[in-house]
Design a binder for this molecule. Structure first.
Ligand code: NM2
Length: 379
């Protein structure tokens, strides 16, 4: 820091950094973020200070920086002063233009042309090398689809990879699941039927963000691309799918008896109106429609327009996974489906699935980025 000035009439401290950048820090924020041991629990990285203890009248008696400019001391009273380093102040400057890269990645939008260039990783490398793990998770964050090759041909491998990130997220279908045709199927996935493109588990408020599967014939579409195309080609349908709260449900017994229902718009928008999440699943969209009856046909027409874009040959990637392949995809962006199959025809078709929450993936991305920072220029 070159200087720190108390600007009493604005109730803030103005800091000028070594490179000339000026930043303002309001008194109330400085107090709320005091790092002294009375205000802060360092071992937990959390405030000890209660909100009711914040003094809205407080003003500094003095504001001083050390000779090397590395530390700012704000003295509030004889009993209380706060120290802030220049680095910490710089990191926490009020600047909304700095995105959180883990939460707002630069998206790679794709269509059918990506079929031969799907980001691909090697199982053992992802398991043993943090840089490879980072790259794989980063691909999932930006592209939403990634392949892992050379997975040991044994059950339980997606649990191993999930534990490398965090843990598998249990759902009503268990901690992980095997997709095969079953008598008295608890889910359309457990029949031989063709499954149109869908996202899994839209009936959860907190839908798991990530799904890992192994084996089988697979189809994938970038739901963000499809939603943007719908917005362009059919703004009316886009408006309907971003504003109509449809019911998604799942009732039955699998891992345990369940009755899950969630209302949501098929296309979810973020705070700046950007397409943020897709919930689309023909099998578990509810019969119950809590919308005005005169809107029903328009909603169906909007869903049809979206469904046609999703399944358009320019948007859909179709490929047959080889034994030892694992595909991971962003379940709140990328839709997946499969063609119908006959038991026996597919021979050793064995597909195992499991979910990871995006909160955990973003957390791991941040942890890895911090630990890999110095040796890797691409991070
Ligand atoms: N399985 C594969 O949301 C869904 O019904 C997708 C989920 C059964 C765990 C299927």
């Amino acid at each position: 820091m070159q200087s720190a000035t108390n600007v009493d009439d604005e109730r803030l401290v103005m800091v000028t950094f070594a490179d000339g950048l000026q930043s303002k820090y309001p008194y109330i924020w400085l107090l709320d973020n005091c790092l002294c041991s009375k205000c802060y629990i360092h071992s937990a990285n959390q405030r000890r200070l209660l909100f009711s203890q914040l003094d809205f009248q407080a003003a500094p008696e003095s504001v001083t920086i050390t000779a090397d400019g590395a530390n700012l001391t704000v003295t509030w009273s004889k009993e209380h002063s706060s120290d802030y380093t220049a680095d910490w102040l710089r990191t926490h400057q009020f600047d909304s233009s700095k995105p959180d890269e883990a939460a707002e990645p630069h998206l790679n939008i794709w269509g059918a042309e990506m079929v031969n260039t799907i980001p691909t990783y090697n199982f053992e490398s992802v398991m043993n090398d943090d840089a490879e793990l980072y790259k794989w998770l980063n691909s999932l964050n930006t592209t939403g689809l990634a392949l892992i090759k050379n997975v040991p041909r044994k059950v339980g491998q997606n649990e191993r990879i999930a534990n490398r990130v965090s843990y598998l997220r249990p759902t009503n279908y268990g901690v992980f699941f095997t997709v095969k045709s079953k008598m008295g199927a608890s889910n359309a996935a457990y029949t031989t039927a063709r499954l149109g493109l869908h996202t899994d588990l839209p009936f959860y408020d907190h839908t798991p963000g990530q799904c890992d599967d192994e084996g089988g014939v697979s189809e994938f579409t970038d739901g963000f691309k499809a939603a943007l195309q719908l917005k362009e080609e059919n703004p009316k349908a886009f408006k309907i799918l971003t504003t109509s709260w449809l019911d998604f449900f799942d009732i039955g017994t699998d891992y345990y008896p369940y009755n899950l229902t969630r209302q949501a718009t098929p296309i979810g928008l973020g705070r700046n109106g950007e397409v943020e999440r897709i919930r689309y699943n023909q099998t578990c969209r509810s019969t119950m429609m809590r919308i005005p009856v005169e809107q029903v046909e328009a909603v169906y027409k909007a869903l049809k327009a979206f469904d046609e874009i999703l399944h358009h040959k320019d948007n859909i990637i179709q490929f047959k996974m080889e034994s030892g392949d694992m595909v991971a995809f962003n379940n709140i962006r990328v839709l997946h489906g499969r063609s119908a199959f006959k038991i026996g025809q597919q021979g050793s078709r064995h597909l195992e699935g499991g979910y990871i929450d995006w909160d955990e993936i973003r957390s791991k991305l941040r942890v890895l980025k911090a630990s890999l920072k110095s040796p890797l220029s691409w991070v």
